[in-house]
Design a protein around this ligand. Structure first.
Ligand SMILES: NC(=O)c1ccc[n+]([C@@H]2O[C@H](COP(=O)([O-])OP(=O)(O)OC[C@H]3O[C@@H](n4cnc5c(N)ncnc54)[C@H](O)[C@@H]3O)[C@@H](O)[C@H]2O)c1
Length: 432
């Protein structure tokens, strides 16, 4: 099939590359010329394991193209996926749909034969109706079908998630469109992916409800971990004990820092905003958002206690700054608030992240990016394990830190407190 992906970010690029790998002709479009130029040269602007090889292979084979020209790309395609950003509006909980509507107006100019126009971006309920209205202003209904096909891939696992998704959700009431999309996804369905056709509005809500549920699960175990710390129980035992119940499941049930990333924070807010529009209060999700905002404050208080409330000139090493492993995405990661707070208090921060230096810290005083783990650790008073990269899972801290009495605060519970005690290392975990 001839496909156009508009927005070549984490979602559009991965999906575009993988659709081309399945044998489709794909054009990935972005307004960012620099990004498109890099992609044409085989340089992948994001960190996503396996993406570079797959992109190069299909680009060379001519199945995958990159362009900044929306009109030309849309007119050459039968299926158009919209994959642009839907960030939170300033001073509001609502999703900003500016990028979506802008793209739709551009697509409208290039519709001269039937096209399926799909939102893969996460969009609030009724966005599909609004898109349809915009298109109808200039084009007849028979020339397009607007569908919601929310994306569930996880950064860092995105290629695997594309090929082996738990489910493919298609929101359309048009049988012919549904048939075409079922055919597009048939290579994945034949490998076991469940295909679920529903109404467009239901598909839009499924995405938000799923993300809000996962954010709730993380927040739930983070609060239970707070209780465990007070009672003196290991929260990991609670996670295991609860997770063994198949109705609950063990995933997203490990305590740690506040949830972050480009999806959960904005999507929990947006679903609250949608509910308010329909005169409904999602009180549970509202409290999840509040609890998650408080989470960073709680962890910073713990750091303060660990340091005996003395921050000035303390050398603090952050291992990992992204919101999770295997991504370079810094959006809404809890390290932003933590490092900013600690730097203002006069601490000296050295961080190491496998995806390199982060511009987000450029304006902060005394925050340095180290080129490797060894340099980041060497003079640390306190080591904060912030992100669960494999690189941080079996370090010999005694050998690496050239200092006595250093402390480790392991926010991902990667190490055994018993082993740490044996090695005479002062160690704190989460919910322990
Ligand atoms: N990142 C994830 O893990 C993930 C997972 C599932 C769903 N989503 C959703 O998918 C959507 C995209 O997320 P993302 O993380 O890929 O965003 P992103 O910011 O990485 O990428 C968006 C891209 O769209 C481009 N763009 C914006 N306006 C454009 C225009 N008018 N024409 C052409 N290109 C344009 C931007 O330049 C950018 O490259 C969001 O709604 C997000 O909530 C993201």
């Amino acid at each position: 099939m001839k496909i156009c992906m508009i927005g070549t970010g984490y979602v559009g690029l991965v999906s575009g590359v993988c659709f081309s790998d399945l044998g489709n002709d794909v054009i990935c479009v972005d307004k960012d010329l620099n990004k498109i130029e890099k992609l044409k040269k085989g340089i992948i602007p994001i960190y996503e394991p396996g993406l570079e090889e797959l992109s190069k292979k299909n680009y060379i084979a001519g199945k995958l193209k990159f362009s900044t020209n929306i009109s030309d790309s849309v007119s050459k395609s039968d299926i158009v996926f919209i994959c642009v950003g839907t960030p939170t509006k300033k001073n509001s909980n609502a999703a900003d749909l500016g990028q979506i509507f802008n793209v739709v107006k551009n697509i409208r100019k290039s519709i001269s034969k039937f096209k399926i126009i799909i939102t893969k971006s996460t969009v609030p309920v009724t966005t599909g109706d609004k898109i349809e209205k915009i298109l109808l202003k200039k084009k007849p209904k028979k020339l397009f079908s607007v569908v919601s096909n929310p994306e569930f891939l996880r950064e860092g696992e995105a290629i695997r998630d594309f090929y082996y998704p738990d489910r493919i959700v298609i929101g359309t009431e048009n049988n012919n469109t549904n048939k075409i999309l079922k055919n597009l996804y048939s290579p994945l369905i034949s490998k076991g992916a469940k295909y679920f056709n529903t109404s467009r509005k239901a598909a839009e809500l499924i995405k938000y409800a799923s993300n809000a549920f996962l954010a709730t699960k993380i927040t739930f175990i983070n609060e239970i971990a707070n209780l465990c710390e007070k009672i003196g129980i290991n929260a990991e035992d609670i996670s295991i004990g609860m997770g063994l119940d198949e109705r609950i499941g063990s995933r997203f049930l490990r305590p740690g820092p506040a949830y972050g990333g480009s999806c959960f924070p904005k999507d929990t807010k947006a679903i609250i905003n949608t509910a308010a529009k329909f005169n409904t209060s999602l009180s549970l999700i509202k409290n999840v958002v509040k609890s998650n905002q408080k989470r960073t404050v709680i962890l910073l208080k713990r750091i303060s206690k660990i340091l005996n409330h003395k921050f000035k000139n303390k050398k603090i090493c952050f291992l990992g700054v992204t919101f999770k492993a295997n991504t370079d995405d810094m959006r809404e990661t809890s390290s932003l608030k933590m490092i900013s707070f600690l730097s203002k208090k006069g601490s000296k921060i050295n961080y190491f992240d496998p995806t390199g230096k982060k511009n987000e810290f450029n304006k902060l005083k005394n925050v340095f990016c180290s080129k490797d783990i060894k340099t980041a650790l060497i003079k640390a008073d306190l080591v904060i394990i912030h992100t669960e990269w494999n690189d941080f899972k079996s370090l010999n801290f005694k050998l690496l830190i050239k200092k006595k009495n250093f402390i480790i605060y392991d926010m991902r519970n990667l190490y055994s407190p018993i082993k740490m005690k044996k090695d005479k290392i002062k160690y704190f975990g989460i919910g322990k």
